[in-house]
Design a protein around this ligand. Structure first.
Ligand SMILES: CC(C)(COP(=O)(O)OP(=O)(O)OC[C@H]1O[C@@H](n2cnc3c(N)ncnc32)[C@H](O)[C@@H]1OP(=O)(O)O)[C@@H](O)C(=O)NCCC(=O)NCCS
Length: 345
């Protein structure tokens, strides 16, 4: 029964979840029992995975709604996950995780801070892999079996502020900016040394929307993205000079990224914009170090990094490159380098 079609995460109506809830979670009850209290409360969200669109059968489902944890174990638990179920023929293919990530993202965007659930004992590891932990003692739910309250405390995510340099203004990227950045960022010259190719307009809009959200889809990293502008006034295709990006993975080193549109190359914009972003990283976010990588064939990029005080660390295969042939250089700027940046640039 397993299909090779690409999994697509979709939003569902509550009733769309009933058949799979019945089959996987409540086979001994009626289909009507598979409507849960809370399914229709304001803010409730139901998500699923289909293999191929639009009418392929659902292989995974889950639901989330605002509800405090009544046990008080996950004291701050504010959004409850229910009805996580994956069709038996499709387990272990990350469909459950896709649904769970979509539910947590929904709660986060609605202001939630601590998604929680009553987890079946057999599903503990699944939730642990997604950053949840148990609170309190094991307890039994009649007819279903042993459970634990599990919750995940979502870390606060800083936002990108507007930054200024002598010649440039860095404004936080918005989803609507896809329109004004599309032409310049479709330039094949920008992709000469990247694993990706220029994107279709629809793909560019989707990527811009994800980046503007400021949080990775799995909620395990902060993404800060700026438009670099070299004219005053609202962002426009004419003032758009490039992008700057900080990726802050939870528990790992931040990474700097930048791109300059082709007709602005050679003006020192990458260095000037990056210096402002790095000062913000050091002074406001208190990061002790930052790294950056570039393809070995990209000649200008190391000059930008070395001009900022980065030190070469290693040459290694580029794991993002599907051909497996690309090689990248990794650079690092330590605390001392970040402090020096504040004084010199
Ligand atoms: C629990 C369930 C939703 C998991 O869905 P899934 O699609 O099979 O899980 P995924 O493939 O997304 O697994 C994500 C991670 O969890 C781990 N995981 C999932 N189920 C696991 C299990 N039973 N034991 C150990 N690890 C497990 C996976 O190995 C994977 O780990 P990784 O991040 O290291 O790769 C699914 O097995 C299911 O429907 N079970 C029956 C109903 C149920 O118990 N629902 C939960 C009610 S609280």
């Amino acid at each position: 029964m397993a299909s090779d079609s690409a999994p697509v995460v979709v939003a569902l109506a509550a009733r769309d979840t009933h058949a799979l809830r019945h089959q996987v979670l409540r086979p001994h009850q009626t289909l009507a029992d598979c409507a849960y209290p809370g399914d229709e409360v304001q803010g409730a969200h139901h998500a699923g995975v289909r293999l191929g669109m639009p009418e392929a059968p659902l292989v995974a489902i889950g639901s989330i709604a605002p509800e405090a944890d009544p046990s008080g174990h996950a004291v701050l638990g504010d959004w409850r996950i229910r009805g996580m179920a994956v069709h038996p023929d499709h387990r272990g293919a990350r469909h459950g995780r896709r649904v769970l990530d979509a539910l947590v993202a929904h709660a986060r965007d609605a202001g939630g801070a601590v998604p929680w659930c009553n987890a079946r004992e057999r599903a503990l590891r699944f939730y642990e892999r997604a950053g949840f932990r148990t609170y309190g003692e094991r307890f039994d739910i009649a007819g279903i079996g042993p459970h634990f309250v599990m919750a995940r405390v979502l870390p606060p995510r800083p936002k990108a502020p507007e930054l200024r340099t002598a010649r440039l203004r860095l404004v936080p990227l918005r989803a609507a900016d896809a329109e004004l950045t599309f032409d310049a960022l479709s330039d094949p010259a920008l992709y000469a040394f990247l694993a990706e190719s220029p994107r279709t307009r629809a793909a560019h809009e989707a990527v811009t929307r994800r980046m503007a959200r400021g949080i990775s889809p799995r909620d395990d990293a902060t993404w800060l993205n700026w438009l670099v502008l070299d004219r005053e006034g609202p962002p426009s295709a004419e003032s758009f000079a490039g992008t700057c990006q900080l990726t802050l993975p939870d528990g790992d080193m931040p990474t700097l990224g930048y791109a300059v549109v082709r007709d602005r190359w050679g003006r020192g914009y990458a260095r000037e914009a990056s210096a402002a972003v790095l000062r913000f990283l050091a002074e406001t976010l208190g990061a002790p170090a930052v790294e950056a990588t570039h393809d070995v064939r990209n000649v200008p990029s190391p000059r930008v990094l070395e001009g900022l005080g980065f030190r070469f660390v290693e040459t290694r295969p580029d794991t993002d490159d599907p051909s497996g042939e690309a090689v990248e250089r990794r650079y690092m700027l330590d605390a001392e380098g970040l402090r020096a940046l504040g004084r010199t640039i």
